[in-house]
Write a protein of this length. Sequence first.
Length: 114
Amino acid sequence: MKFALITAILLSSIGMAQAASAEKGQSLVEKGNCASCHGAGLNAPILPAYPKLAGQHSDYLYYALKAYKVGNGNAQYGRNNAVMGSQVQAFSDADMHDIAAYISSLPGNFVIKK
């Protein structure tokens, strides 16, 4: 009985989770001036070392942002880049989900070789 009650509560709370907002993500991307490195539409980096972001999967983008926030604090999970590390420190988890939702909604030009 207890298991059924807990399961029902958990399943009912799934719908209550707030979805990521691409609109809020857009304002955060503009505020962070991401285009200054990643280029117009986040799809034309100013240097070849910077990645194209537009159209990338939102889960990948979120976890990349999260890894930059962790930095060298976790060698298994963190990413080491001084610029990105400082850029993401002010963002909450919800902010990073919003940013990822916005960037993934942009048209990208990734090429899939078959």
